[in-house]
Design a protein around this ligand. Structure first.
Ligand code: SAM
Length: 246
């Protein structure tokens, strides 16, 4: 990587860490946890993978077994255009197992547009929403979850990360929570969605899901940072969950 790019990434990470201690380590743990769930889902007969707000997610291109699974990458048109350009540079053509769907989840009729693609609502599907839900209005989150409940095959599930509602509302008891909320608002991407502390399971049950995993920062620190990494700081306000439809 070019030295100039590297030094601006380092400066970005250092600024993030000064505002939200452990932010980078929590992202490392998040990627690992999501990868682990994707791999176990493949072993359990996954038929389709849908990645909402895919950004530069590389799972479709690097996880063994996904090359035989239909993957749908949904993202904001502007972001997806840049990604497809990069994919073309690397692979020279678009991988056949990946369908790119440009849409704005807040504006476009997500369900209607998605059903017009080759998505099969009778197949067992994993829906990933990584680094996404906090930037989406609660009503849109509800619409997405309802679509999944009514339009996915038996054994389908969701995998997402989330933040406590107090961070969204700017009332977090932690300085990191206050800093985080202020920072995203200043850059014009304010938090919109969070889940009240201690109510993740009931939030999911009310929307037609059965929670199978809820990873607090202590949980993922214990799972993923051991040995010489055991003293790494993690962001206690970044949480992950997996839930099955029904
Ligand atoms: C923080 S990035 C996360 C990207 C990727 N999932 C990851 O974890 O690396 C948020 C992603 O959500 C997408 N996004 C945010 N709001 C969106 C919307 N209303 N409709 C579609 N995509 C959206 C952005 O374009 C971006 O790719």
């Amino acid at each position: 990587m070019r030295p100039k790019i590297l030094s601006s990434i380092r400066a970005f990470v250092a600024r993030n860490e000064s505002l939200v201690l452990g932010a980078s380590n929590s992202i490392v743990a998040r990627v690992r946890f999501f990868d682990d769930i994707v791999k176990s889902s493949i072993d359990d007969g996954l038929e389709q993978l849908v990645i909402l707000g895919a950004g530069y997610d590389t799972r479709a291109y690097r996880i063994e077994g996904l090359d035989k699974t239909q993957v749908f990458e949904i993202d904001h048109p502007a972001t997806q255009k840049i990604k497809i350009k990069k994919i073309m540079e690397i692979f020279k053509s678009q991988p056949g197992h990946v369908t790119y769907i440009p849409l704005d989840l807040e504006i476009d009729k997500f369900g209607q547009k998605f059903l017009e693609t080759d998505y099969d609502s009778s197949k067992k599907t994993l829906f990933i929403m990584e680094g996404l839900l906090m930037y989406i209005a609660p009503e849109t989150v509800d619409k997405i979850l309802s679509f999944i409940v009514y339009n996915s095959g038996s054994g389908s599930s969701i995998l997402f990360d989330y933040i406590p509602l107090s961070v969204v509302e700017g009332t977090s008891e932690f300085q990191a929570g206050q800093n985080w909320q202020k920072c995203v608002t200043e850059v014009g991407e304010p938090f919109k969605f969070g889940i009240s502390e201690g109510s993740t399971e009931s939030f999911l049950t009310q929307r037609g899901f059965r929670m199978t995993r809820n990873m607090t920062s202590e949980d993922y620190k214990k799972s993923y940072f051991q040995g010489k990494n055991k003293n790494r700081e993690v962001n206690k306000l970044s949480l992950f969950a997996h839930a099955v439809v029904g």
